[in-house]
Design a protein around this ligand. Structure first.
Ligand SMILES: NC(=O)c1ccc[n+]([C@@H]2O[C@H](COP(=O)([O-])OP(=O)(O)OC[C@H]3O[C@@H](n4cnc5c(N)ncnc54)[C@H](O)[C@@H]3O)[C@@H](O)[C@H]2O)c1
Length: 296
């Protein structure tokens, strides 16, 4: 396999921007592509903020941060990705939309390029079937936020070659990550276990067993989780959680994976979590408290 020099990341949301940052910080030329100009503009800001934070904590040198920012390029144009050795897709969690993109990527990316997906749950085998290079298609599932979380879950599709697997594993390790390998079944390892727990937390809230705060404190202090499940759902994005539950439900064919109606309703209402300022919790700044009128 040719040496990896250029990495292109598709989708400049919370995951894509973090993956592009990782690539640039670890010495790769990195492209970040989104179809939405505003998403790219948010990504530019969040990447420089995140890199500056790492510098201020002493986890990154000024020189590396300057180099990384210089190696990152942002684009709305898919054609720019023709120079990439690896393309990592991190767009919306929809099989239909991802398949359409893989079909296009297959035409534009160089013939030797690996096409990886950061999907949380969707079949890599089915995404690969939209391309003419299923041997070079693989799941590379980063955790949120990618620059901080230590794990990458690698998912082999039915036809993923050993060469593609070894190159992807080496890349994840160069990013400083620990790798686990999953077979290609809905939700893989991490979300097969995590999402039903989050969904159950929604049912616990929906059926009035406890308040959201008590559910989260219960799981934090009772099971030593760093975040409560509802807080974590807001962090991941409730739309992403709902999409994953639907994939588990359809893919594993068991009603125990049916999404909680409350989760569905929040998504319908646009309460998508932190990224929208409101989800299970409200993150919007409180309006300025009205000052009491001074006595004359
Ligand atoms: N949020 C998490 O905690 C998390 C964790 C691991 C994996 N993932 C997976 O990563 C992927 C992205 O999730 P996210 O949370 O970053 O979502 P997000 O909603 O923050 O970002 C998705 C981005 O993709 C862009 N986009 C949509 N269609 C596109 C297209 N055709 N071409 C280019 N850009 C397009 C959107 O404009 C948006 O900026 C999903 O597959 C999700 O399941 C998410």
């Amino acid at each position: 396999m040719a040496e990896i020099k250029t990495i292109a990341v598709m989708g400049g949301g919370q995951m894509g921007s973090g993956i592009a940052q990782l690539a640039a910080v670890h010495g790769f030329d990195a492209w970040l592509l989104d179809t939405d100009y505003n998403a790219l503009s948010r990504a530019t800001k969040s990447i420089s903020y995140s890199i500056q934070r790492l510098v201020s904590k002493g986890q990154l040198s000024q020189a590396v941060s300057k180099d990384a920012l210089g190696r990152l390029r942002y684009t709305l144009n898919l054609e720019e990705l023709s120079s990439a050795d690896v393309v990592i897709e991190a767009i919306v969690e929809s099989e239909e939309v991802k398949k359409k993109l893989f079909l296009e990527l297959d035409k534009i990316a160089k013939s030797s390029a690996i096409l990886a997906s950061n999907t949380s749950s969707i079949s890599i085998t089915r995404l690969a079937s939209a391309t003419s290079r299923p041997k070079q298609v693989i799941g590379m599932h980063f955790m949120n936020p990618p620059p901080i979380m230590k794990l990458v879950e690698i998912v082999r599709g039915a036809d993923t070659s050993d060469e593609t697997f070894n190159a992807t594993k080496a890349l994840a390790e160069r990013f400083g990550k620990t790798v686990i390998c999953s077979r290609d079944y809905a939700g893989f390892v991490v979300n097969r276990i995590l999402m039903p727990m989050i969904n159950e937390a929604f049912f616990t809230l929906y059926t009035g067993v406890a308040t959201k705060e008590d559910i989260d404190v219960g799981m934090k202090l009772g099971t030593n989780h760093p975040m409560g499940p509802l807080e974590l759902a807001d962090f991941i994005g409730l739309d992403v959680c709902l999409s994953i539950m639907k994939v588990l439900h359809a893919g594993l064919g068991d009603n125990k994976y049916a999404p909680c109606p409350l989760l569905v309703q929040y998504v319908d209402a646009g309460r998508l979590g932190r990224k929208r300022g409101i989800g299970v919790y409200d993150y919007q700044p409180m309006p300025n408290a009205v000052k009491p009128a001074s006595k004359l």
